[in-house]
Design a binder for this molecule. Structure first.
Ligand code: SF4
Length: 384
């Protein structure tokens, strides 16, 4: 089973008001260069055996990854030579598949036609584009650091540079966002015809400026029922526009489902490098240090940045991750992997969920219904 490789680039031009990711404000010069060198050293350390304990080779799939994902943060702030240095480190250690899906998260107004052409030249063949909304008022609320025209212009630049696989990220359920605002967003996104669309419902994280604004009543609390309505409108509109839903929050034109993200839902190995990067090697999940300066100094001292590790309950994760997929869980695959019959084990719960219209069971699969996708957390709880 080929693995995926995730590379975390923690820098952003500024911090969005809702963000609780491990990010640092981007500064040109030494800090980014040192980070890139540390990241490359971490990748190369696999070859040197420093973290060999993390790998259950040869069945880990890491030797022949078929997806590479630059996530962040804002990886599109890296210069092409920095991207090249990271890719060279990867290909010097691993035999990356010739047809690998190579994704880079990009934010509007962070790239130029020249950098995009250079990324394409280096083999980046998929852009995950942080549009979020086409409404300037909402972009300001989110402190996104770009406006809607920046998103439109950058999308055009991506197409002009030859990107034929572009994914839009959109956020629904913003404070003060109406159903009409959301529908306008959707219509504009559909008119631009990206190959893939991911929907995120806004989550309010304690300690972020947005959480503070809501707590002090400077912004209204997002309305959960309205967010559910937005989700339903999205299902209908995207289906009518020819997008297939392949996961609760992900939609694509036929043949454009994300290979990398699907690995997470199928519980396949994905190895993460960089600050706060998470890995799953088929048996254990582990993660790196969350602080960028500490990550860099740890690597520079020749030590492992790993600071967390757990053995997972693979059967349980296979079920609730697999249920996120539209095709659901392959019951034969479950039997093959875990040696037991899922339907027999959870018969009462599955019947109850089916009677409530949340899941649909066939001889081959167990899947969420449309209603089940809206109340997915209630279904997942059964299997945890
Ligand atoms: S661009 Fe993404 S990672 Fe960066 S601050 Fe905004 S939400 Fe966070």
């Amino acid at each position: 089973m080929p693995a995926g490789v995730y590379l975390h680039i923690p820098f952003c031009k500024s911090r969005c008001s809702y963000c609780d990711f491990a990010t640092d404000v981007w500064r040109s010069g030494d800090a980014v260069e040192r980070y890139v060198s540390a990241l490359c050293a971490e990748v190369l350390s696999h070859e040197l055996g420093v973290r060999r304990k993390s790998l259950h080779a040869p069945d880990s799939g890491l030797q022949t990854p078929d997806s590479i994902y630059f996530g962040g943060g804002t990886p599109s702030l890296l210069t092409p030579p920095q991207v090249e240095k990271i890719l060279n480190a990867l290909t010097s250690v691993f035999s990356v598949a010739n047809d690998a899906e190579v994704t880079m998260e990009m934010n509007p107004a962070t790239v130029t036609p020249e950098t995009l052409a250079a990324y394409r030249e280096l083999g980046i063949n998929r852009a995950s584009f942080g549009v979020q909304t086409f409404n300037d008022r909402d972009l300001k609320l989110l402190a996104r650091g770009h406006n809607a025209d920046d998103a439109r212009n950058t999308f055009k630049m991506l197409r002009d540079a030859g990107f034929e696989n572009i994914s839009f990220d959109l956020i629904a359920g913003l404070p003060g966002q109406t159903l009409e605002d959301w529908s306008r967003n959707l219509e504009e996104a559909i008119a631009m015809q990206p190959e893939h669309i991911s929907l995120y419902l806004l989550e309010i994280h304690e300690g972020t400026p947005l959480a503070d604004q809501i707590r002090t009543e400077r912004r209204p609390l997002p309305d959960d029922e309205l967010a559910a309505e937005m989700y339903e409108v999205m299902l209908d509109r995207l289906a009518a526009a020819g997008y297939e839903q392949y996961e609760i929050s992900n939609f694509s034109k036929p043949g454009f489902a994300s290979r990398h993200n699907t690995k997470y839902w199928l519980l396949e190995p994905v190895y993460g490098f960089g600050v706060s990067a998470h890995s799953f090697d088929g048996r254990e999940r582990y993660a790196n240090e969350r602080d960028t300066a500490k990550y860099v100094s740890t690597i520079e001292n020749g030590e492992s940045p790993e600071n967390y590790r757990e053995k997972i309950n693979a059967a349980s994760e296979f079920v609730f991750l697999g249920l996120r997929l539209e095709r659901g869980i392959d019951l034969a695959e479950y039997r093959k992997r875990f040696g037991s019959d899922l339907v027999e084990m959870y018969n009462d719960d599955i019947q109850r969920s089916a009677e409530a219209g949340l899941v649909s069971l066939s001889a081959e699969s167990l899947r969420l219904t449309r209603k089940g996708m809206l109340y997915s957390n209630e279904v997942f709880e059964v299997f945890i």
